[in-house]
Ligand binder design. Structure first.
Ligand code: FPP
Length: 262
């Protein structure tokens, strides 16, 4: 996958093409993580129930997943449901779960066609069996795909993940004095994956909301006012282009991304 695959999929002559042609393929973020926010406000602006915002948000998920895979990202992580989201009204929670199941069923063919490997991160054991079965089924059916890894964060919390990793580290019998950052990362839900280079948040909020707290230590953050249901490939490209203009220092001295320093 790469820009050619993206260009053959987006409308020719439109704003997406102009943006895609500016992207430097050799400077792509390896991992993009997205906090999908603003579904409720999108619905409110249209005098619709909140769940209609989530329903519309599925179209954005579809577009962004395929665009990311075609662009050549290694990992895409979407924050779909946090450990705190159980506090929402029961009807909203069950609609979200129903939409997730429906998405997996209808989009499995897209995942397979685009060689995407699907993976769930979070305290999945707390999810209901029907949702869990659907998730595991999608993981199994895409397990041998070698293209983009698509993580969905479900019943996910960054602090919870760190606690779970600490428990696993303690249970592993490792000498606590020998434990270092690299080993600890191997106990996280994202073990073996590159950390996000780019964290995108929609709807203009300037918060990280307990998302991938360990992994975003050096991520570039890009916030757009666009509400999640309106987010498309075009916005993803805008985020990637903004990322490619950033100067990543990792605590060191200035060196432009374009000059080959990641
Ligand atoms: C935040 O908007 C969004 C969520 C809590 C859920 C995101 C879920 C989806 C887009 C659908 C299911 C996902 C997949 C991957 C199939 P909000 O409700 O907090 O919006 P608000 O801040 O405007 O109220």
């Amino acid at each position: 996958m790469g820009l050619d695959q993206l260009l053959e999929w987006i409308p020719a002559g439109g704003p997406e093409e102009a943006l895609a042609r500016q992207v430097m393929q050799d400077r792509l973020p390896r991992h993009v993580a997205i906090i999908m926010d603003g579904n409720g406000r999108w619905a409110g602006q249209r005098h619709l129930p909140r769940v209609e915002g989530h329903r519309a948000g599925i179209d954005a998920v579809r577009d962004v997943v395929e665009a990311s895979a075609r662009m050549g990202l290694e990992v895409l992580t979407l924050y779909a449901f946090s450990v705190e989201n159980w506090k929402r009204p029961q009807a909203e929670v069950s609609t979200l779960m129903m939409l997730l199941k429906r998405y997996l069923r209808s989009e499995l063919s897209t995942l397979l066609r685009n060689n995407i490997r699907f993976h769930v991160i979070g305290r999945t054991e707390a999810l209901s069996t029907d949702v869990l079965d659907e998730l595991r089924d999608a993981e199994r059916k895409t397990a041998t795909n070698t293209g983009m890894l698509f993580n969905i964060a479900l019943n996910y919390g960054g602090r919870t993940e760190i606690v779970d990793a600490a428990r696993r580290a303690m249970a592993s019998g490792l000498d606590p004095q020998a434990l270092d950052e690299q080993q600890f990362a191997g106990f996280l839900y994202t073990a073996g994956q590159p950390d996000p280079d780019l964290l995108i948040r929609t709807s203009g909020e300037m918060r990280v909301s307990n998302f991938l707290l360990w992994q975003i230590a050096y991520a570039e953050i890009w916030v757009t006012d666009t509400l999640w249901p309106d987010f498309r490939c075009r916005h993803l490209l805008e985020g990637v282009l903004a990322y490619q203009k950033r100067d990543r220092r990792f605590g060191g001295i200035a060196a432009p991304v374009a000059a080959g320093v990641k």
